[in-house]
Design a protein around this ligand. Structure first.
Ligand code: GDR
Length: 329
């Protein structure tokens, strides 16, 4: 019998890569999306376009416990990957209440529904390096204390604690992946890497003249999303549930990303980039750099795409996309 995987947030960057990965492993793949996405798939499900006849999607909402409960009762998954969240850090400052409500309650609902209806199901929770925030040590490991600097980061700390508590209190196979930034040509356009790769492609093709960004001195540990979904699956194949940092172990500034992205198409970033303070965050996470040695030791995970190649991959994709007038994936 084929194993059943259930993915919340299947229509996001990670969800789409994970669905591909699990289908290739022989899983039956189920996903939860908002009803509006099912009604307008062209607009909302572009990352899944090539998979739509291979997966089964159910309408449900992170705000509604009954909707999640019903889907989990129907699917009775063997593995659940809880990726859905309001994941844009900037937006979490603009609407603190809805980010915190949706992210914390959504995770709580998924955990509770699994406990009630599929208690043998293994659960992956998408935690985040944003939990480290104002970092207490570098590099950050599974033992580094949390100090979140945004409502989003706070919601992820709560989700992490909820997941751990369901493991300890009820014996669920529930764990968290503490994933550092991970990017790809399927990244949402609001995140800085995609904003830059797309902006560079537009400027190169003469479709735009300037690119406005915020704090270019922030440093992140950027990996390739395709590598990171493999780590999610590997975590759930271990004998015992445990939490893992997934990162590249390198850190680079937004400025370095700009230099490489513009340099890749033969342009000097300084001629095109303008700093716009409206993109600054009320409290910034200045530096992230992860230590993934536990994941490497326990199940042999390591990243396969280097920073430079990630930048090139994204810029090349956006050049092609614009030349093809928006052909994705
Ligand atoms: P982040 O990703 O907040 O790290 O969270 P993002 O790409 O939004 O920001 C990275 C850094 O770049 C700086 N920055 C800008 N950011 C955006 N979005 N737009 C700009 O114009 C800009 N200019 C500078 C930011 O200040 C920040 O320091 C991502 C999300 O995917 C989370 O959901 C996830 O949990 C973490 O990564 C790991």
């Amino acid at each position: 019998m084929k194993k059943k995987a259930f993915i919340t947030g299947i229509d996001g960057q990670d969800g789409s890569y994970l669905a591909e990965f699990l289908l290739a492993k022989g899983y039956k793949v189920y996903g939860m999306v908002r009803r509006v996405a099912l009604e307008d798939p062209e607009h909302h499900l572009w990352r899944l376009r090539h998979l739509l006849d291979k997966i089964k999607l159910y309408p449900a909402s992170l705000e509604s416990y009954p909707s999640i409960f019903n889907v989990i009762e129907k699917v009775k998954p063997d593995e659940c990957y809880h990726l859905a969240a309001q994941s844009f850090v900037s937006y979490s400052f603009e609407d603190e209440f809805s980010t915190i409500n949706t992210n914390i309650n959504g995770t709580h609902f998924v955990l509770s529904a699994i406990k009630e209806k599929a208690p043998k199901c293994k659960i992956y929770f998408a935690a985040s390096s944003e939990m480290f925030g104002q970092v207490r040590e570098t590099p950050q490991t599974e033992n580094t204390p949390f100090h979140p600097r945004s409502p989003y980061g706070i919601s992820k700390v709560a989700g992490f604690d909820l997941t751990r508590n369901y493991r300890e209190a009820y014996g669920l196979f529930a764990l968290s992946g503490i994933l550092f930034n991970h990017e790809s040509p399927r990244r949402g356009f609001e995140f800085v890497t995609r904003k830059i790769s797309y902006g560079v492609a537009e400027i190169k093709l003469g479709l735009s003249k300037k690119l406005a960004v915020g704090n270019i001195y922030a440093k992140r540990d950027w990996g390739f999303a395709g590598d990171y979904v493999r780590a999610m699956w590997m975590m759930l194949q271990q004998d015992r549930p445990d939490d893992y940092v997934i990162a590249t172990g390198e850190t680079h500034s937004v400025k370095e990303f700009l230099e490489l992205a513009f340099g890749h198409v033969g342009l000097d970033w300084k001629k095109f980039v303008v700093i716009d303070k409206t993109f600054y965050r009320p409290s910034e996470v200045h530096l992230l750099k992860g230590d993934y040695s536990k994941a490497r030791r326990k199940f042999g995970w390591r990243p396969s795409v280097k920073f430079k190649d990630l930048v090139k991959m994204m810029v090349d994709h956006d050049l092609l996309r614009l030349k093809n007038k928006g052909a994705d994936i």
